[in-house]
Every structure is written in C-alpha cells, then in structure tokens.
Design a binder for this molecule. Structure first.
Ligand code: MF3
Ligand code: CO
Ligand code: CO
Length: 275
C-alpha cells in the first residue's frame, strides 16, 4: 500500500510514504536545482583531455561554497567527494581521483547541491575531446531515454510509465537498462520514496500525483545490463566492460505534466552541445 503525505506535516526521514510538496518547496527546489545546472554548464568548458576528476571535484566544491551551497555527497554514507565522476564503463558512483582524462573518453558528472535545505540532483555526460560514433550514439540514446521518461510524467500515470518509456526506447535501440540503481524522491532528503525504476510496465508502481518531486536518471549500456561494484564499495561498472551512460534531471509533478527543475539555463544539457 502506498501512502501520500503533505510534506509540511511529515517527519524528516524516509518512512516510505510519498511526500506531496507545495509552492514554497517548488520554489526552494527550483533554486537548488538551478545552481546544480549552472555548475554542470560551467563544467562543459572545464572537461578536456589532461584534466583530472579531482580538479573537476574541487571546482564543484568551490562553486558550491561561492553560492552558499554544500555538495550532498560529501560525507554521505562514507562517500568523501563533492561529485561522482563515472568514466566509460563506469555506470555510476565513480570516485574522483588524480588520473587525467584522456581523449575519447566519456564521463558522467553527477552533482547534488544542498541550498537552503533543498537538494538539486542532476548529471550529464561530457565527451573528452573527440569521441567515437558508438559513444556518441549511446549518449544520444541515453538522453532520449531521459526525455521520454520525463514525457511520461503526469498526475494519474504510474511510476511504471516512466520506466516503460525508457526501457522500450533503449531496447529498440539495442541498448540495455541498468536495473541495480534507480531514480528517487528528493527534496529536503537526498534519497526518499518513491523509487523510480528505469524499466517496467505502465500499470506498475505508485500513481503520480501533483506535488511529487523525484529524479529520473537512466543508466544505459551498449552491452548487457549487469553491473558489479568494485572493492572501493562505490564504483559500479558494467560486468562486460561495455560503455555506459547516464543523464539525470530532478522534476516536480504539476497539474499538466512536470517541471524540470535542473534544466540548463544555457541550453547545455543535451549531448550534441559542444562549445
Ligand atoms: N547523485 C547520486 C544520485 O543521483 C547519488 C550519489 S551518492 C554518492 O542519486 F554517495 F555516491 F555520492
Ligand atoms: Co539522483
Ligand atoms: Co545524481
């Protein structure tokens, strides 16, 4: 049984109930999410061959501090960085380090800022110099998966409609959907109910209602869907070492569909965009 609660009267922990937020929360989320989007915009000029993921991570930390925000990942369940940087066959939760990026790699950068208590969670793919056509195609397919998932969001639909739209498109393009990680409710908590699966059937999962806020963040592989987590406890990689990509937006359900809080103010959140 799913239950829905007014966010204002709900305890600050994940009880499994789905929070319904009002206008003030939407305004708070808009601000936090736009800060995240602006950071991801800035990174478009920073990501290039020779740059280390620790340098990227340092930028994410500093940009947050300059804007009164803290990265939500810092000290989250023992994670020690301000961002996740997932290169090539890394599916998600790649840990920034001192290795320079190399021409032809693709890297997902995932940033969540906490601003005034609200979490803005988004990620994009960045090509490092010139990339192969297969990589370009995977980025296009994954971004289209995110857009199709978002297009399925409206009051009365179920969360399964989001997953179904994503899975149908990914598999029609001979790609696979990672099952081990999902989107999530977000707001004053980083990870909250409900889970947003990126696969499934339209009649599955809780019904979407106006005022819900969650992420959609499909991870799509060129090869098989299976992943394993490395001995660092975080880095998730494809078992077959095939290329993996991910895009993530935070959205709020409105009467007519949804508002994408993490849209790029500069229009830089689509894979084709290079400066
Ligand atoms: N930002 C990720 C997400 O989209 C979560 C990262 S948690 C971390 O949900 F601890 F790995 F950083
Ligand atoms: Co997320
Ligand atoms: Co994220």
């Amino acid at each position: 049984m799913v239950t829905y609660i007014e966010a204002l009267s709900a305890p600050m922990k994940n009880t499994g109930a789905i929070r319904l937020y009002g206008a003030d929360a939407f305004e708070g989320m808009r601000k936090a999410c736009q800060l995240t989007a602006r950071c991801l915009d800035e990174l478009a000029d920073i990501v290039k061959p020779g740059v280390t993921t620790n340098e990227i991570d340092r930028f994410v930390f500093d940009f947050g501090r300059m804007n009164d925000a803290l990265p939500a990942t810092l000290n989250y369940r023992g994670y020690r960085k301000s961002s996740c940087t997932s290169i090539n066959h890394v599916v998600c939760h790649g840990i920034p380090d001192d290795k320079p990026l190399r021409e032809g790699e693709v890297v997902n950068i995932d940033v969540t800022y906490i601003l005034d208590g609200w979490h803005g969670d988004s990620s994009r793919m960045y090509p490092v110099g010139e990339i192969k056509r297969a990589a370009e195609r995977l980025l296009d397919v994954t971004y289209e998966c995110l857009l199709r998932g978002i297009a399925a969001v409206r009051p009365g639909a179920r969360t399964g409609a989001i997953g179904h739209a994503i899975q149908a498109y990914a598999e029609a393009e001979r790609c696979s959907v990672v099952r081990d990680f999902c989107g999530h409710g977000v707001g004053r908590l980083f990870h909250d109910a409900p889970n947003i699966l990126h696969y499934g059937q339209v009649n599955e999962g809780p019904e979407l209602r106006e005022g819900m806020i969650f992420t959609i963040e499909p991870m799509i592989n060129l090869g098989r869907p299976h992943v394993k987590v490395l001995s660092d406890g975080w880095t998730a990689v494809t078992r077959d070492r095939s290329l993996s990509a991910q895009y993530e937006h935070t959205v709020g359900v409105t009467a007519g569909g949804c508002e994408i809080f993490t849209l790029s103010p500069a229009g830089l959140d689509t894979p084709g965009i290079r400066r």
